[in-house]
Design a protein around this ligand. Structure first.
Ligand code: HEM
Length: 257
């Protein structure tokens, strides 16, 4: 720190505060990093789940790929998926715990924030509170989803997933979670870009890109949801049957000859 900076800090009465701690900044960085990793995971997740749009066989193959089927001569190990879910869950909890620090901690603080927000009429301030709302909702919604994926990874597949959507009537839950994650992720990545990477970029352009990203994933997500619901509906009479493509059944039979 230069001498002039020292003098300025002393004059402003901030000397003790500056020396106090770098922890808040480190926690901020960690929150951003965990958010970025979750965002990247969610991009991959949405594409993998959306492979159902390319057909049941493709989604089945993707599921089996993650279970090690193609590397072990046709044996499935769903616990591999559980391990991945466990890692994502840890990241998710770390991210949520770091974010909670910034939530208004009392009704008084919340009211003060609302007054500022209305007074400032600044788009980014409004986006921030939506990130708080959607983050809060996701804490419950995604926890339930991760719990299910962790304990029953063997039930992932065209029929298993379709059955969850239709027969188990979970589509409204998935729909709400989809809306929340697309808003949360879009706002999150926009805020990261402004905070760490391109603070001087024109915000209007960044905001347009943000909405474009949200709309893109939302459209894919809605089509995916509809595809699972249709499979679940068509297959509603046989909830316990799991899907295996005819070519996979053939190769298993050939293997046992
Ligand atoms: C490794 C962890 C995860 C796995 C293995 C996983 C797996 C899946 C699978 C297989 C589906 C299809 C429906 C079903 O079978 O139930 C699905 C849908 C979905 N998941 Fe995940 N998921 C994971 C983490 C997450 C997280 C952390 C979130 C959100 C924060 C999330 C949000 C969603 C949403 C919104 C859908 C519905 C997608 C749509 O209908 O377009 N998932 N997930």
């Amino acid at each position: 720190m230069s001498k002039e900076e020292d003098v300025l800090i002393n004059r402003a009465g901030l000397a003790d505060k500056v020396k106090k701690s770098r922890l808040p900044a480190r926690l901020d960085l960690l929150q951003s990093l965990s958010g970025l990793l979750l965002f990247l995971f969610m991009c991959g997740h949405m594409f993998f789940v959306a492979t159902i749009l390319l057909g049941r066989d493709v989604m089945w193959a993707v599921t089996k790929f993650f279970e090690g089927y193609f590397f072990t001569g046709g044996k499935s190990y769903p616990w591999i998926v559980s391990i991945v879910v466990g890692i994502v869950a840890v990241l998710f909890v770390v991210h949520a715990m770091l974010a909670v620090r910034k939530f208004p901690s009392s009704y008084k603080q919340y009211r003060a924030y609302r007054v500022h927000m209305k007074g400032m009429q600044h788009g980014d301030t409004t986006l921030w509170i939506w990130q708080v709302y959607t983050g809060f909702a996701l804490f419950f919604l995604a926890s339930a989803h991760l719990y299910q994926m962790f304990f029953w990874p063997q039930n992932i597949g065209p029929y298993g997933s379709g059955g969850r959507m239709w027969t188990d009537m979970l589509w409204p839950y998935y729909l709400i979670m989809l809306l929340a994650i697309e808003l949360h992720g879009g706002i999150g990545i926009y805020r990261l870009a402004i905070k760490w990477c391109i603070p001087n970029a024109p915000r209007a352009t960044l905001r347009k890109m943000k909405w474009g990203l949200t709309a893109f994933f939302l459209i894919i997500g809605l089509l995916t949801l509809a595809a699972y619901m249709k499979i679940g509906y068509d297959h509603r009479g046989n909830p316990n049957e799991s899907y295996t493509p005819s070519w996979a059944v053939q190769s298993v039979n050939e293997g046992s000859k």
